[in-house]
Design a protein around this ligand. Structure first.
Ligand SMILES: NC(=O)c1ccc[n+]([C@@H]2O[C@H](COP(=O)([O-])OP(=O)(O)OC[C@H]3O[C@@H](n4cnc5c(N)ncnc54)[C@H](OP(=O)(O)O)[C@@H]3O)[C@@H](O)[C@H]2O)c1
Length: 234
């Protein structure tokens, strides 16, 4: 089984679809909305749909994440995982310079993107360590290396993944575990649809499509070089 968190739409769903096309394993996707999870199932053809499992899990919620951790511990075999959940409060609240961030927004964003991502990472690495095999891919963002005005909290949480990925590589590579942190640029997804073209025009960037990004993520998962931990996607 391969786990894809945040897999009901956008980059995560495109990764799940790509995995179902290119492997024979089952894929478990998570997301908050049951409706989006059902939509993801509907969007697949019959054979792929039969190998897709879904779980409603809000990565902001300690109890939902504890349920997912216990599922990771109980599942017979987990071959790999793609952790895509990474909320950006700028989409809900508008661009916020650092001095304007509320404590509630800081806590919710860090809990979702860092604390709970780390908790899931720990459960997966323990699993992979005992299996002596496994591949873990986090979805970061090229924004963290640049620093995006109005999205400092988001960028900071993506930088957190960088330290985590590099350390996990040193701690677990000898156990046959591969870890990669994949950094997309701007990608057209339901989250960015309204702003992607204008953002790309303003910064002279190219807007990638989610299936194109998913192909690169799944290439990395299936055949990545163990020594290359962080990768910018195009
Ligand atoms: N799109 C871009 O331009 C871009 C660029 C660089 C990096 N990224 C990163 O790529 C990842 C995916 O981004 P995306 O653009 O595809 O859209 P997204 O809106 O970040 O992710 C969509 C998926 O994540 C789920 N999700 C969102 N919040 C969640 C939460 N709290 N708990 C569990 N699931 C949650 C959504 O389902 P529900 O809404 O039902 O929960 C959906 O399945 C993110 O980490 C993002 O930061 C995106």
């Amino acid at each position: 089984m391969i786990l894809v968190t945040g897999g009901s739409e956008g980059i995560g769903f495109a990764c799940a679809r790509e995995l179902l096309d290119r492997t024979t394993v089952s894929v478990l996707v998570t997301g908050r909305s049951q409706c989006k999870l059902a939509g993801a199932r509907e969007a697949l053809n019959g054979p792929a749909r039969a190998r897709l499992a879904t779980l409603a899990c809000d990565q902001a919620s300690a109890s939902d994440v504890a349920t997912l951790v216990s599922l990771i511990e109980r599942t017979e075999r987990i071959d790999a995982a793609i952790l895509t959940v990474g909320v950006n409060p700028a989409y809900a609240e508008g661009p916020l310079r650092v001095h304007a961030l509320s404590l509630a927004t800081i806590e919710q964003t860090i809990r979702t993107n860092c604390t709970h991502a780390l908790q899931l990472t720990a459960a997966l690495l323990d699993r992979f360590r005992r299996q002596r095999a496994g591949v873990l891919v986090w979805i970061g963002s090229q924004a963290q290396a640049v620093g995006l005005p109005g999205a400092g909290l988001y960028c900071a949480t993506k930088s957190f993944l960088s330290g985590l990925a590099r350390t996990a590589h040193h701690e677990y590579a000898a156990r046959g575990i591969r870890v990669h942190l994949a950094h997309p640029g701007i990608v057209r997804t339901p989250r960015t649809a309204a702003v992607a073209d204008e953002f790309a025009r303003r910064h002279s960037l190219h807007v990638a499509e989610a299936p194109q990004v998913a192909r690169q993520v799944v290439d990395l998962l299936l055949d990545g070089d163990q020594a290359v931990v962080e990768v910018n996607l195009c």
